[in-house]
Ligand binder design. Structure first.
Ligand SMILES: Cc1cc2nc3c(=O)[nH]c(=O)nc-3n(C[C@H](O)[C@H](O)[C@H](O)COP(=O)(O)O)c2cc1C
Length: 389
């Protein structure tokens, strides 16, 4: 069987986004509704821009699934752009389109624009910004939704919730998996505390009025992962490294912590490390979960907890100073319609990125070309480790 891998293609205003997900075993029951639901969740959020009202995700599964079940072939997914008619000339792949659009010449601070035009030797920033846009994450969510369906077969579930927006926070209280799961699928702000949530809504509205933007922190919680995904034996096999890397690779993310993360660096060892217990009914367990469910690069059977910091959206209405890339003259960054705060969709996308990495690590450990084979291998492993002491 092949290693799980995902490639995405497509530009923000291009005709389609494309995802190819290879390595999902055959005979997994797939529901299109589940993928559509997750794509809808990705579009929602207090502070999202007007494009989100226009955007509908027109999704098509074009390969790798037949009569509702995976075949083991690469799964191809296409997500159409509802506004393509408007963009078809500007984004035409070929030179014969009649396109009078002027080049975008003022790179936006905080974006890929400037480094991108230098690196790819471009004279129109659109050739960078279209692909650098977070619209690409719709393809990752679609593939991640398939991975979630796979993980659910093994009782692995992923939820998320928002800890802070700007300087409004629920503080350092711990939110349970159940509390996070109880948040409504289409909540515009996935915060468990209604009073804090109201304050978050308020500062996003105030920021929008001022023409400014906000970031925040969210947490992803994964339940049901057995001990032993990932490995201590090689740096690139470590589960924490892969999860942190993949989540850091989401647009706008500037910090990832596993468990108590940065806070643990301020404490004594005896306050941080999770004591080990055992009884016949539960097997091994911990009294605390400061490690966030990963030790030595391996899942340890506790909930995996990942905290993620997102910077404020870089496109601000009172545009920041920039330079014309054709003339070198001073100016202000190009302003396009933009989100004010995207922490809510980022938390949903984060869930799906975690799903992709966990599926990859799960299949690395248990393999299987069909779901039956994967389940057989998994159940054998469960028996083996439960009888250890
Ligand atoms: C769901 C989501 C929506 C975003 N929406 C916008 C937006 O409307 N305008 C914007 O300037 N940046 C937006 N961003 C952030 C940028 O995509 C990101 O900051 C930029 O691509 C630079 O990447 P970096 O911040 O990872 O360095 C969004 C990010 C995410 C995850």
């Amino acid at each position: 069987m092949t290693e799980l891998r995902l490639l995405t293609a497509g530009e923000s205003h291009g005709k389609n986004l494309v995802a190819i997900l290879e390595g999902i075993p055959a005979n997994l029951k797939i529901s299109l509704e589940e993928i559509v639901l997750q794509l809808q969740r990705r579009r929602i959020g207090k502070g999202r821009g007007s494009r989100m009202h226009i955007e509908r995700d027109m999704i098509e599964v074009v390969s790798g699934v037949r009569h509702g079940r995976t075949t083991g072939n690469p799964i191809g997914i296409i997500i159409g752009n509802a506004e393509w008619e408007k963009w078809k000339e500007i984004m035409s792949p070929f030179a014969d389109a009649c396109n009078n659009e002027e080049a975008i010449l003022y790179p936006r601070p905080g974006h890929a624009d400037l480094a991108g035009i230098c690196k790819y030797n471009q004279t129109d920033i659109r050739n960078i910004s279209e692909r650098a846009s977070a619209r690409e994450t719709a393809a990752r969510v679609a593939a991640g939704a398939l991975c979630r369906i796979f993980l659910k077969e093994f009782s692995i579930e992923i939820v998320s919730h928002i800890i802070s927006i700007g300087n409004v926070s629920i503080g350092d209280r711990s939110v349970t998996f159940q509390q996070a799961r109880a948040i409504k699928a289409f909540s515009p702000l996935r915060c468990v505390d209604q009073k804090v949530k109201a304050k978050m809504v308020k500062i996003i509205t105030a920021s929008a009025k001022k023409g400014d933007t906000l970031g925040g922190v969210f947490e992803i919680i994964v339940k049901g992962v057995s001990p032993g995904l990932g490995s201590h034996i090689q740096w690139d096999l470590r589960l924490d490294g892969a999860l942190a890397g993949a989540i850091m690779a989401l647009h706008g993310i500037k910090g990832v912590e596993i468990g108590r993360g940065f806070e643990s660096a301020r404490l004594q060892g005896s306050q941080v490390h999770d004591a080990i217990y055992y009884n016949k009914k539960r097997g091994y367990y911990r009294g605390t979960n400061n490690s966030g469910g990963i030790e030595g690069g391996m899942s340890n059977g506790e909930e995996i907890r990942i905290r993620v910091a997102m910077k404020p959206i870089p496109t601000v209405r009172h545009s920041l100073p920039s330079v014309n890339i054709a003339t070198g003259k001073k100016g202000t960054a190009t302003f396009q319609r933009s989100d004010v705060c995207a922490v809510n969709p980022a938390s949903v996308i984060g869930e799906h990125i975690a799903a992709i990495i966990l599926t990859q690590f799960f299949l690395r450990k248990f393999g299987g070309d069909s779901m039956q084979e994967t389940k057989y291998n998994y159940n054998g492993y469960l028996k083996q480790y439960q009888y250890q002491p």
